[in-house]
Design a protein around this ligand. Sequence first.
Ligand code: FES
Ligand code: FES
Length: 158
Amino acid sequence: MEKMTLRVNGAAHEVEADPATPLIYILRNRLGLMGAKLGCGLEQCGACAVLADGEKVLSCVRAASEFAGAEIVTPEGLAAHPAGAAVQRAFIEEGAAQCGYCTPGIVTAVAALLARNARPDEAAIRAALHDHLCRCGSHSRVLRAVRRLAQGEAADAR
Ligand code: FES
Ligand code: FES
């Protein structure tokens, strides 16, 4: 067991855990942040995505201790992210979810994309979503929401 300090959604949390514990277990089981979902547990589906220093990372395999010192943003913190609120609004307006299990990871990926490129083209959008599987087949609505954002809603909302 080891003590580590994680900065999550703007607050510092000291936790004691095996340093190899994957980040998602600390977020969900210790900090009660259930927004990032555990899907495959193998970095294959994208459900567990969070932001670390603004970059999307998958949290199901990498050790929490790797993220000590990083600014982590979970889906719960996205409303305060520069593009997060606009992404959430566009997904709601387009109904871009069915069961919703994949949705927090996808919204996180799109927020990261728009923060570095406010006008992504189709290739950039598809590359950003490449890691994210949706068993419910909501892809076409997801793409519609992201294309709307790429045409200016996210930038206008900043
Ligand atoms: S749960 Fe992490 S990629 Fe599937
Ligand atoms: S909305 Fe169900 S997995 Fe994507």
